[in-house]
Design a protein around this ligand. Structure first.
Ligand code: ADP
Ligand code: MG
Length: 349
């Protein structure tokens, strides 16, 4: 090792041990990159990881590469006052992994670009990376590179994720057929309800808070459905089920009917809204950030789908039917068309 590199490393080590007093500026761009690199576990698929001009990876023969990228901007997608850096690190990767899952892909490699103010405490980036890399290891994703810059206004995070899958197992948004069932994993509306409580300054139960701050990408169930060839179309629910199923419908050239009575709501969601004249289905239908998986499937596969999800430890619920005619309609329990007025969410805010 060159003498100057040794000196540089010693400096980094001394900064590492007393990080609380330091800002990212004290460590500098290359110090930060070294600090990140030291925490990345190697993986057999990564031939050259962080540290060269480009990463070199070995893909699985016969599989296609799936790539997706997402940005998270301070005060647009997160607030530093609400999101602690550890869960923000987890979420930054989790939402990207969710996109690979929604294609039936196996998440593999990630690139992380961060812009941050130079007075950002080093602890922030340390905790952020701890969360990011924990989520990576839970999902067998390896960080293979990125970019580090200073910013004059807030923290910006950009994550590019890559995954793989055999061509015939990839599930697109475009495959929904009339009369298919519409399914969704988990429960809907928890994150949106939690966010509303947070914005109103009310106390937010942990079960709702964790759905906003620390979403779990539904990789296992999405992958199992794709590998079993059970889903005709799939999408992850980030903008609310009505809008996200709407994307499937539009691109598949079909429509759909969603049934309010069948939307899966968590016990916490029900108890938090029990005092209201009607359950505020607005959150479950149009609230964002559920990060559940919505998919369509032939009705002959109902039993197999339930069995497949059960093995993955997550419930899936049938919430509607794909129709020949375009447009997504939402029906109340009595069969009438759902409108915001009938659900009473206005009373809630
Ligand atoms: P270049 O000048 O070619 O852009 P950099 O000096 O920015 O290279 O980056 C050096 C190496 O560190 C590259 O391998 C890059 O992918 C990696 N890298 C930079 N920032 C990050 C980061 N925030 N997370 C992970 N890897 C990073
Ligand atoms: Mg660079």
């Amino acid at each position: 090792m060159a003498r100057c590199q040794q000196i540089k490393n010693q400096r980094i080590d001394s900064i590492v041990t007393t990080s609380t007093q330091y800002t990212v500026a004290a460590l500098g761009e290359f110090g930060l990159i070294s600090r990140i690199t030291a925490r990345v576990a190697p993986h057999e698929s990564v031939i050259t990881g962080i540290g060269d001009d480009a990463a070199v990876t070995a893909h699985t023969p016969g599989m296609r590469l799936l790539t997706s990228t997402d940005m998270l901007l301070e005060n647009v997608h997160f607030r530093r006052a609400w999101h602690d850096p550890y869960t923000l690190g987890r979420k930054s990767l989790a939402v990207s992994i969710s996109d690979i899952a929604a294609m039936g892909g196996i998440p593999r490699w990630a690139l992380l670009s961060v812009a941050m103010p130079s007075d950002l405490p080093l602890d922030f980036i340390d905790d952020f990376m701890r969360g990011f890399l924990e989520c990576a290891s839970e999902n067998r994703v390896t960080l293979i590179g990125g970019d580090t810059c200073s910013s004059r206004s807030g923290v910006t995070i950009s994550v590019t994720i890559m995954g793989e899958q055999f061509p015939d197992r990839i599930v697109r948004r475009s495959g929904a057929q009339p009369d298919d069932d519409i399914w969704v994993s988990g429960t809907l509306g928890d994150a949106a309800l939690g966010l509303r409580l947070l914005e109103n300054g009310e106390s937010v139960p942990e079960a709702l808070l964790s759905r906003i701050l620390n979403p779990t990408p539904r990789v296992t169930v999405a992958l199992a459905l794709a590998e079993a060839g059970l889903a005709t179309a799939m999408i992850d629910v980030s903008d609310g089920i009505r809008a996200d199923f709407g994307h499937i419908a539009e691109i598949s050239g079909v429509g759909g009917t969603l049934l309010i009575a069948d939307l899966p709501l968590s016990d916490m969601f029900r108890s938090q809204t029990a005092h209201l004249p009607a359950i505020p289905c607005h959150y479950a239908l149009s609230g964002g950030e559920d990060y559940e998986i919505c998919f369509t499937a032939h009705r002959s596969n109902r039993g197999k789908i339930v069995g497949c999800a059960k093995k993955c430890g997550i419930a899936v619920t049938r919430i509607g039917i794909v129709t020949k005619f375009s447009g997504v309609s939402v029906l109340n329990r009595d069969g009438s068309q759902f409108t915001a007025l009938t659900e009473g969410f206005n009373h809630f805010i």
